[in-house]
Design a protein around this ligand. Structure first.
Ligand SMILES: *Cc1c(COP(=O)(O)O)cnc(C)c1O
Length: 401
């Protein structure tokens, strides 16, 4: 899955352009920078690649979520709905902006269940964040339709699915905006970094100002420090070295996905011999980024047996119901409301009253699906030997089950 596997001469060349000027900063220094604006160029190319109008680069995928929510007007008093199977970053950002995260079930897409979304909408819901987990699509068409009916914004957390599509349309362009992460394990990486894309010029301008202390950037490229600020901001600026790496990685993204698809196909063929096995539902198989391969057993008992055999063969798969970073019942700090803040924020209001209680049993459908699902990460340079070893393990499991 990770873009670090293909880090090479192209990235180094882009980085050298920046080092040759010594200007590591995206704004200002017009005279010294010899017209090199890597972050700005990366934003333009990323928006163009996704087929949308605007992109705002930031420091991380978590910052992207926060900046996007700020621009959508989310704050204390609001509820933001996301899914109970995601990385902790999604709800950390919701808590950090002052809103309350509300969790939906996932279905066999391993993403937000639209039927459960309907049930979780209240008059406090300000934003819906479906996540395109493990490289593949949420049922984004249905989700956007529900959101429009209730006049609620949709932010697509596309951190794990850069380059993913549905019928050719890029993930991240179905809702009001889409966010991306370029951290160490994502399909394309800039070391650390993130992006928000949108077709809405006003939203993009607000994100541009908010992510840089309220500077208006009216004169672009590089313009900053004009008179007057429209609203309070923060600092989530990406640096030029990251923009440079992003340009080289973006140019490789489609080829990375092609390689992953080849490898995933081989694993899928081997797993299909397991009696009763099903595969994760893909909204559009062609638009899958194939960063993970997920297969679903008939029962949790069968799933444990299969994985025990795989472990014996040295190729144990991931079961996310046992993983503590991505699934709701395993987030003990969320469930217990653990925080450094003496007053208990963001889990308690000033004065100490709990804002919300989370129940580890609240998502039975997700728990059932997770307990029956096994997952392999698929990488770009996965060797023939590695793939054969997994396929042999799957064949053993199929024969013994
Ligand atoms: C990685 C990830 C993020 C956060 O990205 P960072 O760049 O690490 O901050 C957000 N959401 C999901 C689903 C992720 O996988």
């Amino acid at each position: 899955m990770p873009g670090f596997e293909v880090f090479g001469e192209e990235e180094k060349k882009e980085i050298m352009d920046v080092l040759d000027t010594g200007i590591l900063f995206r704004y200002e220094f017009a005279e010294q920078r010899k017209d090199i604006y890597k972050v700005l160029e990366f934003e333009k190319k990323f928006a163009e690649y996704c087929g949308t109008g605007y992109a705002q680069a930031v420091t991380s995928g978590t910052a992207a979520l926060k900046v996007a929510m700020a621009a959508l007007g989310v704050g204390p008093g609001d509820e933001v709905i996301t899914q109970g199977f995601t990385f902790v970053a999604t709800w950390e950002a919701i808590l950090d902006i002052g809103a309350v995260p509300v969790f939906t079930e996932v279905d066999e897409t391993l993403n937000m269940d639209p039927a459960d979304l309907e049930k979780k909408i209240t008059d406090k819901t300000r934003c819906i964040i479906p996540v395109h987990m493990l490289g593949a699509q949420a049922r984004i068409g249905e989700i956007v339709k529900i959101a429009k009916h209730h006049n609620i914004a949709v932010l697509e957390d596309t951190a794990q699915a850069a380059g993913g599509r549905i019928n050719g349309q890029h993930l991240g362009t179905f809702g009001n905006c889409g966010t991306f992460s370029f951290d160490s394990v994502k399909t394309m990486t800039t070391g650390e970094g993130g992006m928000v894309i949108t077709a809405d010029e006003k939203m993009w301008r607000n994100m541009s100002e908010y992510h840089d202390h309220g500077h208006d950037h009216a004169v672009n490229p590089g313009g900053r420090g004009g008179e007057g600020r429209s609203f309070v901001g923060f600092n989530y600026r990406m640096m030029e070295l990251q923009g440079a790496i992003g340009l080289a990685q973006l140019a490789k993204l489609d080829a990375m996905i092609v390689a992953q698809k080849e490898h995933k196909k081989q694993l899928r063929e081997a797993a299909s011999a397991i009696p009763g096995v099903k595969f994760r539902t893909l909204v559009d198989e062609d638009g899958d980024t194939a960063t993970f391969f997920a297969f679903i057993m008939e029962s949790s008992e069968q799933c444990s047996k299969v994985n025990a055999i795989l472990v014996e063969e040295g190729v144990g798969a991931i079961n996310f119901s046992e993983n503590s970073w991505h699934f709701y019942p395993k987030w003990e700090h969320l469930l217990e409301g653990s925080t450094l803040a003496a007053g208990g924020w963001p889990f308690a209001e000033p004065g100490g009253k709990r804002r919300v209680i989370y129940d580890p049993q609240a998502l039975p459908q997700s728990a059932d699906i997770m307990s029956r699902t096994l997952i392999y990460p698929v990488s770009i340079k996965m060797s023939e030997e590695q793939r054969t070893k997994i396929c042999n393990g799957l064949a053993k499991a199929a024969a013994k089950i």
